[in-house]
Write a protein that binds this ligand. Structure first.
Ligand code: AMP
Ligand code: ZN
Length: 460
């Protein structure tokens, strides 16, 4: 078998063959717009990207992972009207737009760390790549793909025959059904490459360009930065499913018009986390963050486990009950794995490993791989073998099963003293005294469990 992944562009699961047999796999993930905290839906998408990267690495590929930070140009309406989300964030927070970007980038990275999501090899900010974006737009202009309106430079989507293929857009139907005010745009799918600053107003984030003072459109940053760090045609580009009809469609259009490639060989999309059937919107400001789960008493990895229970190409509905179930399941798994003790020299079980790999290679079927983990807990295998096997699985899951320790409450000196006396009584085979001491411990609210590593005190 070989790794097979679903490619949205081809609309099928196909074998993943790296473009460059010697070099690393190029992986670009669209990053957050840093005008607010990430909600747990956003984080589901970054968990998907992390599992994709781990899956590729598990299958023996080196990965070069690039993620952008959108810190300018994303407007409140995807039709390139409305206000810049960053400038609005600045008003809301009482900071300048640059401080807002730094603040929410830091918060985002803290969330990634808490979820054990590997850092990309390269982070790139849109505002650090203005020259590259201007150059890209100039090239599109030279090739005749742009036009100018009173508020910006736009991409002329009808000049590109393949426009909209990724989303299988029905262009004529879209135009006929367009009710939104198109402004001066010539066609409903045309989009901004460069927006002019309002004449009588100085924006916090603006730059000089051949077309005048202004700022880049949202889509151009990803075409320009992915080309810089991964080349004009690289292996995998990913993001959330909402990017299919607009953002990724427009990234492909720009790159196709300028460089003649469809940007990436595979286009992969993580499906949404829903809240009781509704979409979770960051712009509403009223949303669940990772810290909401932490404040409710959950370890952040509970959210990781919860997301692992659904395939990345299916929607997942959030509820507090399902988070509770995930917490219980992860707690049981952690305790079981810890109770298996050390793997020592044991090797993972070949049968389980083969099945695990089949699931990973089958378009990252991690829910099945997780079910296999529960089979492993019931399998008739020596504990060290089970331990070695589950730790090999966890390289992909990223649940940090090897590191987990039960929370130890500070044990009062009196309890420690009784436990030590009981241990001494057991060693001298004075079972009656040992039992009496166990009862004394119970009265103080502690139980003692005799494990292979010695007695363990638990609060009852
Ligand atoms: P944004 O910060 O709004 O640019 O979004 C960051 C990422 O989160 C993008 O890849 C979106 O596609 C993704 N995303 C947005 N909402 C959700 C959701 N409810 N579930 C999963 N991913 C989402
Ligand atoms: Zn992007």
């Amino acid at each position: 078998m070989a790794l097979r992944l679903f490619d949205t562009y081809a609309r099928e699961v196909r074998e993943f063959v790296p473009l460059n047999a010697d070099g690393p796999v190029g992986l670009y993930a669209c990053g957050p717009t840093v005008y607010h905290y990430a909600h747990i839906g956003n984080l589901r998408t970054y968990l998907f990207v992390d599992w994709l990267r781990r899956g590729l690495e598990y299958c023996g590929f080196d990965v070069n992972h690039v993620m952008n930070i959108t810190d300018v140009g994303h407007l409140t309406s995807d039709a390139d009207t409305g206000e810049d989300k960053m400038e609005l964030g600045a008003l809301r927070m009482g900071m300048d737009a640059w401080e807002v970007a730094r603040f929410f980038t830091d918060a985002f990275r803290t969330d990634l760390d808490a979820l054990n999501i590997a850092n990309p090899h390269t982070w790139c900010n849109a505002t650090d790549h203005i020259a590259e974006q201007i150059e890209f737009v100039s090239d599109l202009e030279a090739k005749g793909f742009t036009y100018r309106t009173s508020d910006g430079i736009y991409f002329d989507s009808r000049r590109l025959n393949s426009y909209g293929h990724l989303a299988r857009l029905n262009i004529e139907g879209l135009q006929a059904g367009a009710r939104v005010d198109q402004g001066e745009r010539r066609f409903v799918t045309d989009f901004a490459l460069w927006k002019f600053s309002p004449k009588d107003e100085q924006r916090q984030m603006e730059w000089h360009s051949p077309w005048g003072r202004g700022f880049p459109g949202w889509h151009i940053e990803c075409s320009a930065m992915s080309a810089k760090y991964l080349g004009d045609f690289f292996d995998i580009h990913c993001g959330g499913e909402d990017h299919i009809p607009i953002h990724h469609t427009n990234e492909i259009a720009q790159t196709e018009a300028s460089r003649g490639t469809r940007l990436a060989n595979f286009w992969m999309h993580g499906y949404f986390l829903q809240l009781d059937g509704e979409k979770m919107a960051k712009s509403s400001g009223d949303f669940l963050r990772l810290t909401s789960l932490i404040e409710a008493g959950h370890d952040p990895l509970v959210y990781r486990y919860f997301c692992l229970t659904a395939h990345y190409r299916s929607k997942l509905t959030f509820s507090w009950e399902s988070i509770e179930s995930a917490a219980t399941a992860l707690g049981r798994l952690r305790q079981t794995v810890r109770d298996w003790g050390d793997a020592g020299e044991a090797a993972p079980d070949p049968g389980f490993m083969e099945e695990f790999r089949t699931h990973v290679e089958n378009d990252l079927n991690l829910p099945r791989a997780l079910a296999l983990t529960w089979d492993l807990t019931r399998a008739d295998l020596p504990d060290p073998v089970r331990k070695a096997t589950v730790l090999a699985f966890d390289v992909v899951f990223g649940l940090e099963l090897a590191e987990w320790e039960p929370e130890t409450e500070a044990v009062p000196a009196e309890v420690l003293g009784l436990a030590a006396d009981r241990q001494a009584a057991r060693e001298s085979k004075d079972w009656a005294r040992a039992d009496a001491l166990r009862d004394a411990l119970a009265e103080l609210g502690w139980t003692v469990e005799d494990t292979r590593e010695g007695p363990r005190l638990l609060k009852t």
